[in-house]
Design a protein around this ligand. Sequence first.
Ligand SMILES: [Zn+2]
Ligand SMILES: [Zn+2]
Length: 256
Amino acid sequence: MKLSVLGCSGSAPGPSAPSSGYLLEADGFLLGMELGNGTLAELQALRDPFDLDALLFSHLHPDHCADFTALTVVRRYHPRPPRDPRVHRLPVHAPGEAPSRFVAAYSPDEADRAVTDLTDVFEFHALAAGTIHIGPFRVDAAKAAHPCEAYSFRIVHDGRSLVFTGDSGPAAALDELAVGADVLLAEASWTHAEDRPPGLHLSGTQAGRLAHAAGVGRLLVTHVPPWTDADAVFAEARAEFAGPAELVVKGGTYEI
Ligand SMILES: [Zn+2]
Ligand SMILES: [Zn+2]
């Protein structure tokens, strides 16, 4: 499977740097994972948004889903869609509050919310911990350590595995999910210090330790906020993990 990075700025977009957004492609199936602020612009630079076959969201913080509103406009109002979005409704796998969350973000006022549920162009599926299948991908979801309903994913295709932490502090379920993964796409939102709030994010050190303990084949570090020294965060991860490691960049592609 192929991973493409639409954006990787943590917590908020940065200068010319969209928030979290990824594409996963295998067997001609295109799965969008997260659609944070600015990612629809980058998606259109790479692909037709109508090429998406499904969407997957780890959680509903704006830096992971804000451009769902923009995608809704494209799907509803594009005058010449290559596929009729009302016939081919886009499957959306997300935490259970996604429909009300996305309607609230999309609709400008109460009157519009009263008549809009977005199911004209989307088909919502509530996530839970466990295994689902999306197109050719097997997706194992585990609850993440984050202050809202949030998941980490292990995505498997043709014997190859990508583990995505989503946003998460250290967690036993994440340790287990990551064991032996070919690639670990790990958030690292800050440098390591004792006064970091628990149950929120990984430091570079913790991302590196996770990769080492799980014995992953390759570490990709993502979700560094625009106000954080990305080189310092990445240096921490490298110090803990001896295998191949990279700080991902917008537009980067990775064969898993
Ligand atoms: Zn985030
Ligand atoms: Zn978050």
